[in-house]
Structure formats: structure tokens, C-alpha cells
Design a protein around this ligand. Structure first.
Ligand code: GRG
Length: 303
């Protein structure tokens, strides 16, 4: 796909994702105004909206019905945002900057950092459940219930939270980190939510089992490549583009893929896994050229 055409389609997709997300965000007009303000602050802090875009584009590959997937587009960004808000807390990574802005706990206090994440997770469930209001056939209801189970499974204790828990445990004995443990962490902490994005899109779009499995494998490869790229950027990225300080993994004694195999091997792995993800996409029906280019951008990203 040509660069200008891709950039234009990406900007349209970002605008669309943001419009959809804003439809489900709460009003700051009650007694709980500070909580709602912390939630809106975190979601509007300017993320790349990768997961909502992957979800939409995968649903569209199979000509999915927008009414069914809109609530999931918002819900997955809410889950992603809560995970970052909690990850930045003093009890976890103790980060003060995210997306170039003070982190949620730095702006609203640690207590509201916790509550904001909790609130976002509940809001994600309430929002995703709204898809049932757009399901007019039994087949649509089946798609929505399967998508719901998958989204909360992949972001839960056998997915993102599970991966994060091992990551946190390893912080106290980083020397014990081996490749199997690291891959468990990356598969769950990072890849699982990307798998959810692509698979939920496919499920709601009406993809068959074979295609849903292909989407999962594609997102797994993308997720690991994306995480290793994140490790590389933490060593040799540009703080201004990243919107946060580099070197935080080393400061937190984190043993990353780069520590285990070195920068050169890590970059080779990013290339081989993103190539694999792109090859898998080519096996799907529909025009996946935008998604292929998006994978390349995500794994060559500088922010
Ligand atoms: C606290 C339950 C819980 C989970 C946290 C996602 C996560 C698990 C921690 C974040 C640690 C981290 C920086 C991982 C690297 C990969 C990653 C998920 C980066 C952030 O995603 P982007 O680049 O963020 O899509 P933006 O800001 O663009 O939305």
C-alpha cells in the first residue's frame, strides 16, 4: 500500500475510533466528578488507538455490522487504558509520564489512580454489553456473547492480568528470568489484548473458525514483535517521540528480551515475527493491505 494512502486511511481510522470511544465516555457532572474526570483524562491522553483500529479493520475484513462492534471498539480501549493507569502506579512501575503527559496517579493521586483503573474496567464491561442492544438475530447474539467471553478472558487472569502478575513477581528476582518465562509474560501481558482485538473483530464480522484461529496467530506474532520493539525503544528510543523517559526497564531492574539476547538479535526477532504476522494476514479473505502496513508501522514504531 502506498504511504500517502496508508497515512490517510490511518488518520480516518483514528478519527473514527475516537468518535466511537467518545460516544461511550461518561459525563463529568455528578458527585463523582473527580473520578469521571480522571477516567476521561486517561482515555483522552492521546494513545495511538491501535486496538480499536485492529478490531474495526478485522470486523470490516468480513463486512461486519458497525452496530455490533462499536461498543467493543470503546470497551477494548477502556481496558487498555486501565492497564496502563494501573501499570504506572507507584506500587507497579512508578512512572510519572505517559504519552507525554503526567500519569493519572501523578495528576489525581495514587488513590484515584487505583479507582480510575477500576472504574474503567467496569465501564468496559457495561459498554461491551451494549452490543446486545444491537443484536437482532440469534446469530448476532451468539457473536456478541462469544466476543464478550473472549475479550474478558484474554484481558483477565489467564491473559493480560496473568502476564502482568508474573512480570511483577519477576521484578524481585530478575536474575531468574529465562526465555520461557519471558515469552509467557509477553504472550499474556502484551499479545493477549491484541489477540482479543483482532479475534473480536473477526467474530463480530462473522469470520469462520479457521479464520479466527489465523487472526489469533497473527496477533500473537504481532504482539511479541510489538513488545520486543518496546524493549528496544526503552534502550535506544527518543524520549521526545516516546513521550516518556527511556531506560525505565534498566532502572526497574527488568530483564527484557534485549537483555537476554542483545539488541541485534532482538531486532531480528521483531522482523521475523512481524513478517510472519503479515504472511498470516494474506491467508485471510478481503483486502488486508491496510492491516499489513499497520503491522509494519507498529513494529517499526518510534513512539
Ligand atoms: C496493570 C493489569 C495490568 C496490566 C498492565 C499493558 C500492560 C499490562 C503494561 C504496560 C507495560 C508496557 C508499556 C508494555 C509494552 C507494550 C504496550 C502494551 C505498550 C503500550 O501500548 P501502546 O503503545 O500505548 O498501544 P498507547 O499509549 O499508544 O495507547
Amino acid at each position: 500500500m502506498r504511504k500517502e494512502a496508508f497515512d490517510k486511511e490511518l488518520q480516518t481510522a483514528i478519527n473514527r475510533a475516537e468518535e466511537i470511544i467518545s460516544m461511550y465516555m461518561p459525563e463529568e457532572d455528578g458527585m463523582n466528578k473527580k473520578l469521571v474526570s480522571s477516567i476521561n483524562y486517561s482515555v483522552n491522553a492521546g494513545g495511538k488507538r491501535i486496538r480499536p483500529i485492529l478490531l474495526m479493520k478485522c470486523a470490516e475484513l468480513f463486512n461486519g455490522d458497525a452496530g455490533l462492534y462499536f461498543p467493543f471498539v470503546a470497551a477494548i480501549e477502556m481496558i487498555h487504558t486501565y492497564s496502563l493507569v494501573h501499570d504506572d502506579l507507584p506500587a507497579m512501575d512508578n512512572d510519572e509520564l505517559r504519552r507525554g503527559k503526567p500519569t493519572t496517579w501523578k495528576t489525581y493521586g495514587d488513590d484515584f489512580g487505583v479507582l480510575c483503573g477500576d472504574g474503567l474496567l467496569n465501564l468496559a464491561m457495561e459498554t461491551a454489553l451494549k452490543a446486545f442492544e444491537e443484536a437482532f438475530t440469534l446469530s448476532d447474539m451468539d457473536k456478541v456473547s462469544r466476543a464478550l467471553r473472549l475479550l474478558f478472558f484474554k484481558s483477565g487472569i489467564y491473559g493480560m492480568i496473568g502476564g502482568q502478575s508474573i512480570d511483577v513477581e519477576m521484578d524481585s528476582h530478575p536474575k531468574d528470568m529465562d526465555m520461557d518465562t519471558l515469552m509467557y509474560i509477553y504472550k499474556n501481558k502484551t499479545a493477549a489484548l491484541l489477540e482479543a482485538a483482532m479475534m473480536v473483530g473477526g467474530i463480530l464480522g462473522g469470520a469462520n473458525e479457521e479464520h479466527i484461529t489465523l487472526l489469533e496467530e497473527c496477533a500473537y506474532n504481532l504482539g511479541i514483535a510489538f513488545q520486543i520493539r518496546d524493549d528496544i525503544l526503552d534502550v535506544c528510543g527518543d524520549e521526545k517521540s516516546l513521550g516518556k523517559p527511556i531506560g525505565s526497564d534498566a532502572d526497574n531492574n527488568k530483564n527484557t528480551y534485549v537483555c537476554l539476547v542483545g539488541l541485534q538479535e532482538a531486532q531480528k526477532k521483531v522482523v521475523s515475527m512481524s513478517d510472519k504476522a503479515i504472511e498470516l494476514l494474506k491467508e485471510l479473505p478481503g483486502d488486508s493491505s491496510f492491516l499489513q502496513e499497520l503491522i509494519l508501522q507498529m513494529t517499526n514504531r518510534i513512539n
